[in-house]
Design a protein around this ligand. Structure first.
Ligand code: PLP
Length: 412
């Protein structure tokens, strides 16, 4: 299930062979630099570029906010690995989301959000953009009927999915929801943070845009914040609109806003994120195998009422995940007896650090209702009080299981 996504293909002499995912993760955008032929191109830590003459800039770079070769290299690699043509790197996942939604939406538009959406996305759409005339309804991510029921054809311009969702790890049928969105005149955006481009490519399933918090698996080491949007070259803004860049293309609207609002990734952050990206396939393999060990073990513990992990055959989305993903990911959520038990579990782990975020090499534990999803407290998307979320790292699986066991032993 978690084998390399694109194994070498046999080729004919007339067809150049496309390198596999792991090779492209290491090499795309990383041609040795021209000056001293360094294997790793150094970060261009500059805010501006000398012009050869008025109106004559080299490589298209004139000012750091507008573009930088280090950021461009990351954007190229992300676009390649997601199977899109245009990539955009931002200072955080939320700035990527903000740029994307403002590129698409206009006052009076309607958005369908998952009922299990990341708390920060909820906060942006509901507490910020509602003030700008955006209406939001919620749908169950794992039910195409629920999404269909929430659509308002002609008014819905964006359908948002997370799959696996955060924090209950439900699986959405990307191809089915993409068709519904298209028929209603809306764009489908998939937040691919939990899967990473290694495990899932939503554009190939019909999504119009992919968004990432690269702070998570793409960066992979919990040492840099970032975000990304990847789109195909030909996706148009909904409703026949012309975007702020003066064309109907979604990519042009995002490029215009990235420069206009100044939310692009800094050169050093882009460099660190690209450094992490190179080992994404290796890390994801280990995240997936460790998460399966952890999920299977937790199923045996009497303190755990339910294990939510799409890699378990008991998960309602298991078959769908097996079809549309190349592995089941490193996130595992569990339900305990009640909030008291969940909080006691979170307080007792030693190796699993109590921290928000996910996707780094180190294992983390958190209590969504009062940590990652606090901004959705009391709303229709408020997480269950008995739920604990684990980001399973790449440590030795025996040590992870031992830590979870000793912590569960303390649960009342
Ligand atoms: N999307 C998901 C699924 C997330 O979990 C997060 C952050 O936790 C974000 C987006 C936002 O990313 P960032 O924290 O990099 O702004």
């Amino acid at each position: 299930m978690t084998s390399t996504p694109e194994p070498p293909r046999a080729t004919t002499s007339s067809e150049p062979r496309r390198a596999g995912f792991a090779t492209r993760a290491v090499h795309t955008g990383q041609e040795p630099d021209a000056l001293v032929v360094a294997v790793v191109p150094p970060p261009y830590l500059t805010s501006t570029f000398v012009h050869d003459g008025v109106g004559n800039v080299r490589g298209g770079f004139d000012y750091g906010r507008s573009g930088n070769p280090t950021r461009a290299a990351l954007e190229q690699a992300l676009a390649d690995l997601e199977g899109g043509e245009r990539g955009f790197a931002f200072s955080s996942g939320m700035s990527a989301e903000d740029t994307l939604v403002r590129a698409v939406l206009r006052p009076g538009d309607h958005v369908v959000l998952p009922d299990d959406v990341y708390g920060g996305t909820y906060r942006l759409l509901v507490t910020v953009l509602r003030e700008w005339g955006i209406d939001v309804d919620f749908a169950a991510v794992d039910s195409a009927e629920s999404v269909a029921g929430a659509l308002r054809p002609g008014r819905t311009r964006l359908v948002w999915l997370e799959t696996p969702s955060n924090p209950t790890l439900r699986i959405a049928d990307v191809a089915a929801v993409a068709a519904l969105a298209r028929d209603a005149g809306a764009l489908l955006v998939v937040d691919n943070t939990f899967a990473s481009p290694y495990l899932q490519n939503p554009l190939a399933l019909g999504a119009h845009a992919v968004v990432h918090s690269t702070t998570k698996y793409v960066g992979g080491h919990s040492d840099v914040s970032g975000g990304a949007v990847v789109v195909p070259a030909d996706v148009r803004l909904p409703g026949g609109r012309v975007g702020p860049g003066g064309t109907p293309l979604l990519g042009d609207a995002i490029a215009h806003l990235q420069n206009a609002a100044g939310s692009g990734a800094s050169p050093f952050d882009a460099w660190l994120t690209h450094r992490g990206l190179k080992t994404l396939p290796l890390r994801m393999e280990r995240h997936c195998s460790n998460a399966l060990v952890v999920a299977r073990h937790l199923e045996e513990r009497p303190e755990v009422r339910e294990v939510l992990y799409p890699g378990l055959p008991s998960h309602p989305g298991h078959q769908l995940a097996a079809r549309q993903m190349r592995g089941f990911g490193g996130m595992v959520s569990v339900r305990l007896a009640n909030d008291e038990a969940a909080l006691a579990f979170c307080a007792a782990t030693r190796l699993f650090a109590l921290a928000v975020s996910l996707g780094g090499v180190e294992s983390l534990i958190e209590y969504p209702a009062r940590m990652t999803h606090l901004s959705a407290a009391g709303s229709p998307v408020s997480p269950l009080a008995d739920l604990v979320r684990l980001s399973v790292g790449v440590e030795d699986p025996e040590d992870l299981v031992a830590d979870l066991d000793q912590a569960l032993d303390t649960v009342p």
